[in-house]
Each structure stands twice: as structure tokens, then as C-alpha cells.
Design a protein around this ligand. Structure first.
Ligand code: SF4
Length: 235
């Protein structure tokens, strides 16, 4: 298929870490409306930037991956930005692959449209769910109400999903992780992960000890283990 159905920044041909317990192809979709200070994928932010891969590259790859790969993970950037995401998911499923999503929940409307087509979602929680803190964590861009609505869509759908937070010490304090845990747990989230921040190129101030503080705090870790049916750290 030669048409460019979605804008793709890059493709990871074989991943065992982006969709737990599954072997996946990861599609990094081009474009993100947010500007998180800890973003590792800044080259994916600009929706106008030309990516390193095409839809045709993806479908060609998938035609050789049947029986080897279980799923395609639509990641980003922010996949919910692209209007043809539902059609892309349909095509991937028609080729015989499961579909999964990484998102920050930027558009509840777009999520609602596709959630029933997905088998799993990795949902980024950037900060406690207040407008002020979410704005700080997303470079002033996110509307926390939309994030809340997206999270509720996942909860209502019954789909398997996880929430995860990158612990950037420039943005989050240990107290904030307690707050996030309380909020998520009260909403009914069962699975939560905290991820270590690795300083981005422009960050010359943050030390290893700053990054590690969340993971060395046994009291916090114990609290999180009690709050969620599934909890772990990713370093
Ligand atoms: S939502 Fe993800 S891709 Fe977008 S700016 Fe934040 S970290 Fe980067």
C-alpha cells in the first residue's frame, strides 16, 4: 500500500519492552501537542517534520513479521493527534496483529473512537492531576480535564492498561508521587509504574542522586506496593 496513512517518525522493528509480555513492532508517530521538559523524543514533537519511515515501510515490515511479532504498538509523539489512527489500527489488525497504544491522553474523543480496537494501553501520568502541575509537566500545553476524561475512558472500557510516571526531579517531588498514587488508586487504577528520569541533553544540573531519590525511598515504594495490585519500578 503506497499511500501515507499516518505520519511516522520511526519504527522499532522488534521490541520486548514496549508491550509487556508481547513481542511488538513499535510505530513512533510524528507529532505531539505537548512539550514535556523530560521528553526523550523531541524530534517527534513537530508534526510537520518529515519522519524516517513511511506507512509502506510499516506494512512491508509487517508482511514479513507474521508469526514472529504479536502486536503493533502505536507510540509517539502522541498517536491520538493523527486523524487516520483508527484506519491505521484497522489495517494492522486486518494483517493479523494486535494493536496497542502509548498515550498521554491528550484527546479523549480520539481515544474513545479506538479503545475497543486495542488490547493494551500504556498511559503516561505526568504529574498530580491538577491543571497547574500538569501544565508545568507538559511545557504549558496539557489540559488536565482531558487527561482525566481519557483515563476514565480506559477504566470504563475494561481494557488492560497501565499508568506510569517519569520521575523528573525538576518537576516532581516525592510527595507528588504519593498524590498521584492516591488519585489513581481512588479512580480504580490497578497497575502503576514509576520510571527513572535520565537527564536530557539540555539538563546539565540534575544529578544521579536527584534521579535516584524516588527509587531509594523504601517508604514510598512500600506505599505504592500496597496501593496497586501491580506496581514496579523501571530504571
Ligand atoms: S507527551 Fe511524550 S512525546 Fe510528547 S512531549 Fe511529552 S514526552 Fe515528548
Amino acid at each position: 500500500m503506497a499511500h501515507q496513512l499516518i505520519e511516522i517518525g520511526d519504527i522499532e522493528k522488534f521490541s520486548i519492552v514496549d508491550f509487556p509480555s508481547k513481542i511488538a513492532v513499535v510505530v513512533f508517530m510524528q507529532g505531539c501537542p505537548w512539550r514535556c521538559p523530560f521528553c526523550y523524543n523531541q524530534s517527534l514533537q513537530d508534526p510537520q517534520q518529515k519522519g524516517n519511515a513511511t506507512w509502506e515501510n510499516l506494512t512491508n515490515l509487517l508482511s514479513h513479521r507474521k508469526g514472529v511479532v504479536d502486536a503493533v504498538v502505536f507510540s509517539g509523539g502522541e498517536p491520538l493527534m493523527q486523524k487516520n489512527l483508527p484506519a491505521a489500527i484497522d489495517e494492522v489488525r486486518a494483517l493479523g496483529f494486535e494493536a496497542a497504544l502509548h498515550t498521554g491522553g491528550f484527546s479523549p474523543h480520539a481515544l474513545e473512537e479506538i479503545v475497543h480496537k486495542l488490547v493494551w494501553v500504556g498511559f503516561d501520568i505526568k504529574a498530580p492531576l491538577t491543571e497547574e502541575l500538569y501544565k508545568i509537566a507538559t511545557g504549558g500545553m496539557a489540559q488536565v480535564e482531558k487527561v482525566r476524561q481519557s483515563l476514565q475512558i480506559l477504566l470504563d472500557s475494561g481494557i488492560h492498561f497501565e499508568c506510569r510516571t517519569t520521575c523528573d526531579p525538576r518537576i516532581l517531588r516525592i510527595e507528588d508521587i504519593y498524590t498521584i498514587a492516591d488519585e489513581l488508586s481512588a479512580l480504580g487504577v490497578k497497575e502503576y509504574y514509576i520510571q527513572k528520569y535520565r537527564p536530557v541533553e539540555s539538563d546539565t544540573q540534575t544529578s544521579e542522586a536527584d534521579c535516584e531519590q524516588f527509587f531509594n525511598d523504601e517508604k514510598l515504594l512500600q506505599y505504592l506496593r500496597q496501593k496497586f495490585a501491580v506496581f514496579d519500578v523501571r530504571k
